[in-house]
Design a protein around this ligand. Structure first.
Ligand SMILES: [Zn+2]
Length: 183
């Protein structure tokens, strides 16, 4: 799986483009803003899904532009407040493109319907888990209790799993256990 990171918008949201390098099947995670930066990176790819980790504005701003160009299906969790997606996700669902399968982990706490996406070795964590910290739990729809349950769930993933958060730098499950962010 090839992973491209594009930092978009005023909050420098990490938009991820994941693709199977052989089949060129792809997905876009959190096209937050600046479609003009994202769209050129999609050339030659068959984008099947636009996956949204949670509904905050800095993760969703370029959905319409990416959809217009790619005709990809929008995908998010049923508790997300964005309204109806083309495909409404539930915990444990699997999103497949090329030879890649992403497993949906419902991880509320920062935002209702927040999800992380896991495939062996990689976790796309939205605003749930960051380098040395976790997402804010003082916003509308946040829940500190749910966040602590979600982080415990992530702590059960293999230590070597690389974490690709919604903002800032990459980390790993093992490193965040050492830092005491999770587990
Ligand atoms: Zn957020």
């Amino acid at each position: 799986m090839q992973i491209k990171t594009i930092k978009v918008g005023y909050l420098r949201t990490n938009c991820y483009i994941l693709s199977d390098e052989q089949t060129h099947d792809a997905v876009v995670i959190d096209p937050g803003d600046e479609a003009d930066l994202i769209l050129p990176e999609l050339a030659g790819l068959k984008v099947h899904y636009i996956i949204i980790t949670h509904g905050h504005y800095d993760h969703v701003g370029a959905i319409a532009d990416v959809k217009r160009l790619t005709k990809a299906k929008t995908v998010w969790h049923e508790d997300n407040f964005l309204g109806q997606a083309d495909w409404v996700l539930h915990d444990g669902d699997e999103i497949k493109f090329g030879r890649v399968t992403l497993k949906v982990l419902h991880t509320p706490g920062h935002s209702p319907g927040g999800i992380c996406l896991y495939t062996k070795g990689h976790l796309f964590s939205g605003d749930t888990l960051f380098y040395t910290t976790y997402g804010r739990v003082d916003l509308q729809g946040s829940s500190p209790r749910q966040m602590s349950e979600s982080l415990q769930r992530l702590a059960a993933l293999p230590d070597e799993t690389i974490v690709y958060p919604g903002h800032e730098e990459f980390t790993s499950i093992g490193q965040e256990k050492e830092f005491g962010t999770i587990g």
